[in-house]
Design a protein around this ligand. Structure first.
Ligand code: LHQ
Length: 255
């Protein structure tokens, strides 16, 4: 249920259940997490793109297959969605959520969990959970208020209003919006730009930002001082400084 494609250091993972707008069941979630871990371990992969086949990005939990494994909701979340979100956040490589269509429920959480969020013009974000009298899960309660504040987050969750691309951009739910026709190519071009950046420095930056979201300024300053040493000791740093002095572009890919 996950399509995997490699191009120029970019691994694209695409949820492939288009007739259900890529609603996901336990198997799909476990596969996706395993693919992310495989991408993390593969030195050829510098950036991961998460997207969906057809007109949906991900419609969240497959409502026809909620108790497929006979699990409680709590167990289901602990075993499937939560490891996926943690894997995305802790991946040592940038993860782009490429929201090609509707992102609903836990699919909206997946859209938020990317490091970079790119939407097609027809991208739709909806915290749909309250329509079925559930609460937002898979990280939505953590991500959304940090982006839009408590009140707007509560409003979006309580009314399950659809956010379309222009508002997504305005609210800070995405970094860029591209035309539907060229979305795949535009995402690939963006991802390749990211893939040319210094991978070690980006991994450490992600680690520092993740920690800073829940730390004090003192803790952030201390962590920066430690991680900066690791960045400075890496060949990428020498290459960056040498390229600067030689007035040429740095080559962070081939070292
Ligand atoms: C679907 C789904 C879907 C199955 C569209 N499942 N078929 C939950 C439970 C327990 C524990 C853990 O956590 C969770 C997390 C969650 O994610 S809860 C939220 C689950 N998701 C939803 O409630 C979304 C339900 N879907 C919708 O509200 C709409 O389909 C949206 C707003 C996503 C899109 O609307 P439309 O663009 O109008 O498309 P559509 O409704 O016509 O859907 C197209 C097809 O996809 C349709 O099938 P059909 O055979 O009639 O063509 C839908 O039944 C199917 N589909 N979402 N989640």
């Amino acid at each position: 249920n996950i399509l995997v494609q490699d191009r120029a250091g970019v691994r694209t993972l695409s949820i492939n259940r288009p007739d259900k707008l890529n609603a996901v069941n336990a198997d799909t979630l476990l596969q996706l997490t395993a693919e992310l871990q495989r991408a993390d371990a593969d030195p050829q992969v510098r950036v991961v793109v998460l997207t969906g086949e057809g007109r949906g990005f991900c419609a969240g939990q497959d409502l026809g297959d909620v108790s497929g494994q006979g699990l409680s909701f709590t167990e289901h979340l602990h075993q499937t969605f939560n490891p996926l979100i943690r894997t995305m956040r802790n991946l040592n490589k940038p993860v782009i959520s490429a929201v090609n269509g509707v992102a609903a429920g836990a699919g909206a959480s997946l859209a938020l969990a990317g490091d970079i969020r790119l939407w097609a013009q027809s991208g739709v974000f909806v915290e749909v959970f309250s329509n079925i009298a559930l609460i937002p899960d898979s990280g939505s309660t953590w991500f959304l208020p940090r982006l839009v504040g408590f009140n707007r987050a509560f409003e979006l969750m309580a009314l399950a209003e659809k956010v379309r691309a222009e508002d997504g951009l305005r609210l800070g739910l995405c970094e860029a919006v591209y035309p539907d026709d060229t979305f795949r190519q535009d995402v690939q071009a963006y991802a390749e730009r990211l893939a040319a950046r210094p991978a070690n420095a980006l991994a450490l930056t992600k680690q520092a930002l993740n920690a800073a979201l829940t730390s004090s300024l003192n803790e952030a300053l201390n962590l920066e001082a430690d991680l900066q040493q690791r960045a400075g000791d890496h060949w990428e740093h020498l290459e960056g400084v040498t390229a600067f002095k030689e007035k040429r572009p740095a080559n962070f890919v081939n070292g």
